[in-house]
Design a binder for this molecule. Structure first.
Ligand code: PMV
Length: 364
């Protein structure tokens, strides 16, 4: 897919102003993306559930640029405050999009963004942030140039742009769940953008809850970007990519048939593999905390004692995602409150679930 388009420029002198606003959720990967090449291309396909309440709300206002510099003209606020660190990342992202959207050079952009979850909570927000911004940009393209016309094309392009900002963000464009990365088993799957996968999954997975247990709120000691980089010299890398493909094959089957046990086996193995890859990087590093392990042990014991299909996964951090079918919510809620909250920083958790995907909002 080549989205580069040097023709996509506005008529000077008649550049309109306007604003768009999108809310886009985070997602949690079951088969993980860890290791990349080229321009943000994944070494293996991944699958994630799209979340509901953990989301980013982004408003982009645009108008004709006053100065005639060739770079991006950006004013940026996060939660009402200037954040030069975030602004830099957004600026670099927008600049990287100039071959696709040369008209961004003609605009003055004001980006205001905020997360639904406390930003000190230690939850990665790049998936929701980059997907919300990508959706705003494709929406601006639609307003200014009348394209993409088709909703599937709109989503594909938003996913493509989001991927360039943060790989996992490509999957947040779709409700329920998404697949990113080419696999012969799923028609139309691609390394360049994610595709929706709700139709490939048994209805039980549409009800899934994800309780995000905030084990620690401290900043990650190693960023995901650096972590992906370390995979290049990880001696297990090739076996890992082969394993991810095999697990994807098995996961797709479990998702289709509603095989919760198989799903859980893959889900927990993937979480531990992700962290094992960090521990076997050079230099090695460790993102789990003692309470991460305590929570894992507790969840496994609860599953053994009750027979309930509750499973954990981890992102690139110490926090636990507890996944289970929605009909177990009342019971699992009690367990979480009694047994797992004491392991969380300030007893905090986010009761999230599989959601319906991004939403366009009113700008006022
Ligand atoms: O999207 P990135 O570049 O921040 O990578 C994140 C990768 C994981 O969250 C650890 C796994 C995944 O597939 O989401």
């Amino acid at each position: 897919m080549n989205y580069q388009n040097p023709q996509l420029m506005l008529e000077p002198g008649s550049i309109p102003g306007g604003a768009v606003r999108w809310r886009s959720p985070s997602n949690i990967a079951i088969v993980k993306y860890w290791g990349k090449h080229g321009v943000q291309l994944p070494r293996n396909p991944s699958f994630s559930f799209t979340l509901d309440s953990a989301a980013t709300d982004t408003r982009v206002a645009y108008g004709p640029k006053q100065n005639h510099g060739a770079t991006i003209d950006l004013q940026f606020r996060f939660a009402g405050e200037e954040r030069p660190d975030f602004a830099d990342r957004v600026s670099r992202f927008l600049e990287s999009l100039l071959p696709v959207y040369p008209f961004l050079r003609q605009l003055q952009l004001q980006v205001e963004t905020d997360n639904s979850f406390p930003h000190s909570a230690g939850i990665a927000s790049s998936a929701s942030a980059m997907s919300a911004l990508a959706l705003c940009l494709v929406d601006i393209e639609r307003i200014l140039f009348g394209q993409p016309e088709d909703q599937a094309d709109f989503n594909r392009k938003a996913s493509y742009l989001a991927r360039l900002g943060s790989g996992s963000a490509s999957r947040s464009i779709y409700g329920q769940s998404a697949i990113w990365g080419q696999t012969g088993e799923v028609e139309e799957s691609s390394d360049e953008y994610a595709i929706p996968s709700a139709e490939l999954t048994h209805p039980v997975f549409h009800t899934f809850h994800d309780d995000i247990l905030l084990i620690s709120r401290s900043e990650k000691s190693v960023s995901s970007r650096a972590g992906h980089g370390l995979m290049e010299n990880n001696i297990y890398a090739d076996n890992r990519y082969a394993q991810a493909r095999q697990r994807m094959h098995e996961l797709l089957r479990a998702l289709r048939t509603g095989d919760l046990e198989k799903f859980g086996e893959i889900c927990e193995s993937e979480a531990l593999t992700l962290h094992a890859l960090m521990m076997t990087s050079s230099p090695p590093y460790l993102l789990m905390e003692p309470n991460t392990l305590a929570a894992i042990r507790s969840i496994q014991a609860y599953r053994r004692d009750t027979g309930h299909p509750v499973y954990f996964t981890l992102d690139a951090g110490p926090n636990i995602h507890l996944l289970y079918p929605g009909d177990l919510y009342p019971e699992v809620r009690q367990y979480v409150r009694q047994e797992l909250l004491p392991l969380c920083a300030d007893q905090q958790y986010i009761a999230d679930k599989v959601g319906t995907g991004p939403l366009k909002l009113e700008t006022e």
